[in-house]
Design a protein around this ligand. Structure first.
Ligand SMILES: *Cc1c(COP(=O)(O)O)cnc(C)c1O
Length: 414
């Protein structure tokens, strides 16, 4: 760990607060589609790192939405939805794609289409979004049983454990039929980890050997592609289906693309309607999705850079309060720990959010940095379209201030 003290404060403060109306780091894509944070004279500046789902559509995206050509998509007649679906299928290297309201619905549809026979089972990671954060929808709504494998630190799982979970006794009447295995890329709970291509390749051969379909919850698979410097179809060639969120770092207000074979998507259209996801003139939304997929992918690199910059800033904090493993910082999600277990992640997040007079005096302005306490006694911070390099530096400044205050408080109490 570096013992270097942060050098930002004085210079940064002068730049940030004494010329209130300037916009820094002008990034044309951000200005065009995103909602840049303009520094105003207001007393508190907010940096929202809770999730990449908080992005708001900017002027150009809203204009495109207002002008979108539409039709009734339940009849397959919305030209903008059709265009988006064709565009996504080509990008994924898959036969077809379907526009779906949310990632949760998209994953559920995939489970329903892959696991069609009563008594079908899917195998999922115990820390996967499908298993942890989707209310058990596959059991609740699709009647699909699940078996879990242990999610490893890099978002993968052990393939021997996977093989041990497959119901080799099927079709004996005691057993469900193992039908599907799901992976998550990038892995949210494990801090935006990118699944290695070699893992996906080996998984594919296991799946082929045992007759399993592979579904990828690729909510952030574009972050994975950018981090690996490859096209998404190189990742997705190992999957039968994929679910890709347009509403996270890609900046669309809603929407997820589900990709797969023609037959898979035909069945997915039926499942989507049964779940209440058949929408009429939603080319108005699809046009934002098209912009997200065509114009917003390269920009993700900037989020990855800022996440890394912040992680390095935490490591350089003096006094030290944060523990970060830089080798795990691959994309736009950062998980870190507090070295002092006296302070819980929830208390830390509260400190990062609250602004008091002492802070305003010391920093010249209040900084409110929003993050979530996360799985395994960690804190999660997520970068996105609404966060600039300057926001990132300010968040470091606040983390530094919180560390100093914490040290002073510990000394006073000792
Ligand atoms: C956000 C997310 C989803 C889908 O969430 P929705 O809010 O339903 O769109 C699925 N998987 C992962 C890993 C996610 O981060």
């Amino acid at each position: 760990m570096s013992s270097k003290t942060l050098t930002v404060p004085a210079r940064l403060l002068r730049r940030c607060f004494h010329k209130p109306r300037r916009i820094f780091h002008v990034d044309p894509v951000r200005l065009y589609y995103g909602s840049p944070q303009v520094v105003t004279g207001s007393a508190v500046r907010t940096v929202d790192l809770r999730s990449d789902s908080v992005t708001k559509p900017g002027a150009a995206m809203r204009r495109a939405m207002a002008e979108a050509e539409v039709g009734d998509d339940v009849f397959g007649e919305d030209p903008t939805v059709n265009e988006l679906q064709k565009f996504a299928a080509d990008m994924f290297g898959m036969e077809a794609a379907l526009y779906v309201p949310t990632g949760t619905m998209s994953n559920l549809i995939a489970v329903m289409v892959h696991c069609r026979e009563r008594g079908d089972e899917m195998i999922v990671g115990d820390l996967s979004h499908i298993h942890v954060y989707e209310q058990g929808g596959s059991a609740q709504l699709a009647g699909v049983h699940s078996a879990v494998v242990t999610t490893l630190g890099d978002g993968t799982f052990d393939l021997d454990q996977l093989i041990s979970k497959i119901r080799h006794g099927y079709p004996k009447p005691h057993y469900p039929r193992s039908r599907l295995v799901c992976v998550e890329n990038t892995h949210n709970i494990q801090g935006g980890r990118v699944l290695p291509l070699s893992f996906l390749q080996e998984l594919r051969s296991v799946a082929d050997k045992f007759g399993l379909a592979v579904h990828m919850d690729g909510a952030r698979v574009m972050n994975a592609a950018v981090a690996l410097g490859i096209q998404p179809n190189v990742i997705l060639q190992h999957c039968d289906s994929v679910s890709v969120c347009l509403s996270k770092g890609l900046g669309a207000p809603v929407g997820t693309m589900l990709g797969g074979s023609k037959d898979f998507i035909q069945r997915a259209v039926r499942a989507r309607k049964a779940l209440g996801g058949g929408m009429c003139q939603w080319g108005i939304l699809a046009t934002a999705g098209k912009i997200a997929l065509s114009d917003m992918i390269d920009r993700l690199e900037e989020d990855h850079r800022n996440a890394r910059r912040f992680a390095q800033g935490l490591l350089q904090c003096d006094p030290p309060l944060y523990h970060v493993d830089l080798t795990t910082v691959e994309t736009n999600i950062l998980r870190f720990r507090l070295q002092d277990t006296q302070m819980t992640p929830a208390e830390f997040c509260e400190r990062m959010t609250s602004v008091d007079e002492e802070e305003v005096k010391a920093l010249g302005q209040g900084l409110q940095v929003l993050m979530f306490p996360f799985v395994g006694n960690t804190v999660r911070a997520v970068w996105h379209l609404g966060i600039s390099e300057e926001d990132t530096q300010l968040a470091i400044l606040k983390a530094q201030f919180v560390a100093q205050q914490h040290k002073l408080k510990s000394i006073r109490e000792a």
